[in-house]
Design a protein around this ligand. Sequence first.
Ligand code: GAR
Length: 204
Amino acid sequence: MFTIGILASGKGSNLAAIINQVKSGFLKVKIGAVISDNPGAFALEIARANGIDAKYIEPGGYRTILEPQQEEKYVKCLKEYDVELICLAGFMRILKKTFFNSFRGKIINIHPSLLPSFPGLEAWKQAIDYGAKFSGCTVHFVDQGIDTGPVILQAVVPVMDDDTPETLHQRIQEKEHIIYPLAIKLISEQKIRIEGRRVIIDEN
Ligand code: GAR
């Protein structure tokens, strides 16, 4: 079966949404392993509670990237599980060349804005601070830039006058939980091809 690996740093609601869609039968994939750079990530507990191998691999001393020898450990682990797709689900580090050399074109991410608006951290807060009337979320392929890879799916969320960063993020997350499993399904069923920057979805 098509096997995915998931990297997560935090509470793991996207991981939970993916697990739910595997259980429902919507997603016909196997989650080989969940790896975190944060030993306290609730995502690890969610994985273990669902019988999925969950590993903390030390990130090393840097804040925004993995130390190169640690990045090699992540890649080695994912290869041991024969993963065909890596899904970043709130993984808060930028991947570097060891990942791209091994899994080029096979890494996707969910980002809480309508890219190319508001890349980087706390995108929901960036949208509020900017005064945007619409925000949303984007599933995209990961390239070597920050939130710059080809867009697979997006969903729009209106920004309400009384939204706080927290209420907006919560509504964005409801959409994330729909489009992330859908993107994984489309890739696992080989219904996606990339033409330049454009991701074409084969409807048949
Ligand atoms: C999600 O909103 C995701 O889009 C965001 O982190 C959150 C993780 O939530 N990712 C980024 O900001 C990446 N730049 P979760 O742990 O509940 O899935």
